[in-house]
Design a protein around this ligand. Structure first.
Ligand SMILES: NC(=O)c1ccc[n+]([C@@H]2O[C@H](COP(=O)([O-])OP(=O)(O)OC[C@H]3O[C@@H](n4cnc5c(N)ncnc54)[C@H](OP(=O)(O)O)[C@@H]3O)[C@@H](O)[C@H]2O)c1
Length: 336
């Protein structure tokens, strides 16, 4: 029972009927999942839409073994059932969670440690926009990249879901933030979110801009989702002992670069992908977020930037919006 309602056997979900364009996303009836040991079942009220969902729809990013074939990496809703040993939560608790897939549905099961309480004062649609980008940014910028207060961070794709989160968090935690984006409007959005400098990469060379903004020192941490020729240019834009964290390679995973710069500047070039990591790893990131970032969400010092909300059954429109590339911030599905 959740909210006095019995859990049904079947639910509405949006599935990838075959790899292809947005219209392959089709509503269908599925069995409601049963939570296993350590898991909880969430009655989903809202689900976040992410670029990896688009890649999965196209057939380029298959679900990891054991995960639902349904798209959807983050949700917000109420705890509807508890698996054995999932003692942290009670039925009816309001949560948001990172899921291994399956978020585009009325119910999803997740490991209890991968859920967090709904940030104070947040709606379900706002909370569903939090997990994927906050887990990704926290791990890559602050753990892997070890960004510290007073350092300079260069965030590529500053107006994206990931970028808007990274700009806000880095600014709130005391860094000098430089963001790149592809239009004046997106640059303006980055500045409003706390970036100290925004670079329209279609009009300006980001390496030159970073050097100018840092008196020639360069950026201590670079978050890159672009790849291609950005790889070599990031080496130019990085400071001595800089950390470059690769989270995507949108313009190419194969590149040539001058690796002598890596040695001369003693750079660290690393990267990661979140989805295939273990539930234990994700649980550790969730615990760090709850202590370090949830208080900032509660005061709205940081908050997800909401682009547009679509009904679950119109998930195809949400994907169309993401592929058009005009979104500033997060696209979310209202699951009802
Ligand atoms: N590794 C991980 O764990 C992980 C987890 C989640 C997401 N990701 C990746 O992170 C990226 C962002 O995800 P999202 O959900 O936030 O997607 P999104 O909102 O669609 O963002 C994609 C962004 O890439 C930017 N971009 C493309 N080419 C660029 C360029 N040459 N210079 C600067 N920016 C450029 C676009 O900005 P402009 O329109 O301004 O060009 C756009 O804002 C995606 O590639 C996604 O796959 C990785």
């Amino acid at each position: 029972m959740v909210n006095g309602q019995k859990i049904p056997e079947k639910m509405t979900a949006v599935a990838i009927s075959t790899p292809g364009g947005p219209l392959v996303l089709k509503p269908e009836k599925r069995d409601v999942p049963t939570p296993g040991a350590g898991e909880i079942l969430i009655r989903v009220h809202a689900a976040g839409v992410n670029r990896p969902d688009v890649m999965q729809r196209k057939g380029a990013y298959p679900a990891p073994p054991g995960a639902s074939d349904l798209p959807g990496l983050e949700v917000a809703g109420e705890v509807a059932a508890l698996g054995e040993g999932a003692t942290r939560w009670r039925i009816g608790d309001q949560v948001c969670a990172l899921t291994p897939g399956g978020g585009y549905a009325e119910y999803v099961k997740v490991h209890a440690s991968n859920a967090l309480p709904l940030p104070a004062g947040f709606t379900y649609t706002e909370a569903a926009a939090v997990p994927e980008t906050y887990f990704t940014v926290w791990h890559n910028v602050f753990e892997r990249g070890a960004l510290k207060a007073g350092e300079t961070v260069l965030i590529h794709g500053g107006a994206s879901g990931i970028g808007t989160t990274a700009v806000q968090l880095a600014s709130a935690l005391g860094s000098y933030v430089i963001a790149t984006a592809g239009s004046a409007e997106k640059c303006e959005a980055c500045l409003k979110l706390g970036a100290d400098r925004a670079v329209n990469y279609r009009e300006e060379d980001f390496v030159k801009a970073v050097k100018e903004a840092t008196d020639g020192r360069g950026a201590n941490v670079i978050l890159d989702m672009v790849g291609g020729d950005y790889i070599g240019r990031n080496y130019d834009a990085a400071a001595v002992e800089g950390r470059i964290v690769q989270i995507a390679t949108q313009t190419g995973a194969v590149a040539s670069a001058d690796f002598s710069k890596l040695m001369v500047k003693r750079l660290v070039h690393t990267g990661s992908t979140l989805r295939p990591r273990t539930v234990e790893f994700k649980g550790a990131v969730a615990a760090a977020l709850e202590t370090q970032v949830w208080p900032l969400l509660a005061t709205r010092r940081v908050a997800p930037v909401m682009d547009m909300i679509f009904p679950l059954k119109e998930a195809w429109r949400a994907h169309e919006r993401m592929e058009e590339g005009d979104n500033i911030g997060k696209i979310v599905l209202d699951v009802g």
